[in-house]
Design a binder for this molecule. Structure first.
Ligand code: DGY
Length: 327
């Protein structure tokens, strides 16, 4: 019987039950990411992995994976997996695009409005006993309506963010690997030819790109210096897209006004990270897609992908279908 390793114990029962109907299911019993040596061993004992998007499956694991056939990532991001190593070892990788777009776009707006109107800051102030008389001036916000939102990465999530922004009467500009002229008219968005154009024009900059060799540390001191001093920076992508010390400097020196980030580098962010000393940043623990329904639906999609791959079917969302030629 094929064996599936579910790399966390916290999924909905439907996920375990669906897998158990067809496979032997081995579940890692800790909420933390499994250690590297355990991942190495499981790749020799199991036919499929169901990891979270932060569980590192590197070339060492994949080159030694004598049994592993498929990795059904419960994430749209795939930067946790060494894809060339998976491909050369004939190991299929699948992800969960589409199903999480609305949840991620909602969270982007939660962060955007939080940073704009200092929601978490106000809450922190009250809990610290600082609300002792009526004075709105420390909490004055920035408007969203009428302002320009610059979206970097105009895939499914970026487009859903644009849709919400138009509802908030924002002007939307975007930059992406490819220009999407058809969407410009239908969605009322404008193309920014370069990242620099996007950064210079935007009151809000929101990242929705994958972490790749091209995007790694793409936002550094030079890029923050191009932004308006009143601008708000939002990162819903991956912590690695940003040079985090440069973000700290930009916020501390008021090169930019504020930031709202759902992802950090590393994760979890260490309590010693200087970003945590700043009042003009709000940080959430990588929960962009994590509504109850979307959490479950991403898991079910990963299960469908794994089931198809192990039973000779066609997975819905293969990332490296060419891997099958190397079996
Ligand atoms: C994703 O789906 O990539 C989310 O960031 C969770 O890892």
């Amino acid at each position: 019987m094929k064996r599936v390793w579910v790399m966390r114990p916290f999924h909905d029962e439907a996920i375990y039950n669906s897998l158990k109907q067809k496979f032997e299911v081995d579940t890692w019993d800790d909420h933390k990411t499994p250690p590297h040596d355990v991942v190495m061993q499981k790749a020799k004992e199991c036919d499929a992995f169901l990891p979270e998007g932060i569980d590192i499956i590197d070339a060492e694991v994949l080159d030694g994976a004598t049994r592993l056939e498929v990795i059904g990532n419960r994430a749209v991001g795939t930067d946790n997996v060494d894809i060339p190593a998976a491909t050369r070892n004939g190991i299929l990788l699948t992800n969960t695009p589409g199903v999480l777009q609305d949840a991620c776009a909602d969270m982007t707006f939660a962060l955007l409005l939080d940073a704009a109107r200092q929601v978490a800051y106000g809450d922190r102030s009250i809990r610290a006993g600082k609300w002792v008389f009526f004075d709105q001036t420390p909490y004055l916000g920035l408007d969203a309506y009428g302002k320009t939102l610059g979206i970097f990465g105009f895939g499914g999530i970026g487009q859903k963010v644009a849709k919400r922004a138009r509802g908030f009467d924002m002007r939307v500009i975007y930059h992406s690997r490819s220009r999407k002229i058809d969407l410009e008219e239908s969605m009322g968005v404008e193309w920014a030819p370069t990242l620099a154009d996007l950064l210079q024009q935007s009151d809000y900059v929101s990242l929705h790109c994958p972490l790749t060799d091209e995007t790694r540390k793409m936002m550094g001191a030079e890029q923050f210096a191009m932004m308006k001093s009143t601008a708000i920076f939002i990162n819903m992508a991956r912590g690695g897209v940003v040079d985090q010390p440069a973000l700290y400097e930009a916020l501390n020196n008021k090169t930019i006004a504020r930031a709202a980030i759902d992802v950090t580098d590393p994760e979890p962010i260490p309590m010693s990270d200087p970003l945590l000393t700043l009042d003009n940043v709000v940080i959430t623990p990588h929960v962009g897609s994590a509504s109850e329904a979307t959490f479950k639906n991403m898991g079910l999609m990963a299960v469908r992908n794994i089931t198809a791959a192990l039973t000779g079917g066609a997975p819905e969302t293969p990332v490296n279908p060419e891997a099958l030629q190397n079996r």
